[in-house]
Design a protein around this ligand. Sequence first.
Ligand code: SF4
Length: 340
Amino acid sequence: MITRNSDSVQGVDRTWQRELAEAYRSPAQLLTALDLDPAQFGDGLNARRLFPMLVPKPFAAAMVPGDPADPLLRQVLPIGDEFADVPGFGPDPIGEQDGPLPGLLHKYRSRVLLMLRTGCAVNCRYCFRRHFPYADHRVGQAELEQARQYIAADTNINELLLSGGDPLMARDDHLAALFEQFRDLPHLKRLRIHSRLPVVLPSRVTDQLVTLLSSLPWQVVLVLHINHPNELQPELVAGLARLKAAGVTLLNQAVLLKGVNDNADTLVALSETLFEAGVLPYYLHLLDRVQGAAHFEVSEDEARSLMAAQLDRLPGFLVPRLVREIAGQPSKTPIDLKLV
Ligand code: SF4
């Protein structure tokens, strides 16, 4: 069967996988494609050794050629600041490396998080999991069955979160098989998928995926990770419209990042652009203090000022909640917005 975004056979859309295989892995190649001279960035590009570079071409296409400070480029380009050893920044900033089973985290009473895939389609330099020992958390068929039994035994759990890596790295037929396995759990009410994949590789929103999500017995929520309005390119917006038409609730969580979105105009434009695309701004996260990402940090006071500007310029429902993840806390911690 030939489908949208596909020239494949047997119902499996492979276009996004091919685009992923063609992603930029070399900083020099990415910079050259953007009409930038790699020499301008010096030895800093060696930070790819700390965390590999991975940038799909559709995401790179949304960057402004010739602009070394492009906010999308800044999110993905290895730079020398990553070598800085800054007190307070460590390998596991939110203390999540222990779960009841491999690949399963149970931080919240009613929700479990399944790390379905260990890879991502992009390596964000600020990623709080850039040091995560994914190799110890691989989820195969045996682990999935263990997770199913764990959820079946705890009727407090009403929501399954799929995370990763990025859960949409799983093929549609694998997702379908997974959902089939969990379908008979009567206390499961919601499926929440956290993904940045449609943002960096819009072809991931296949017809099969849309049909699959619309066929599930649960309310389905897709939480996108979009940090800058320039990320909402036309193909992504079209994919979001199809998901929304299929009944998927679309939310966004952004990370407040220095040099990317730490100004009121950008944050206001992000909320407006998200809502035009049918997505509600949900959370604005303060940076998780992961080693190698200190140069992205925006202080709490600056964040409060930016929230005040948004409250001034946006209707309340378009103002995301400012939160921080604190290791050991059962939920995200809201930041008091009182200005100092
Ligand atoms: S998509 Fe999310 S999990 Fe993957 S590298 Fe980026 S921030 Fe990390």
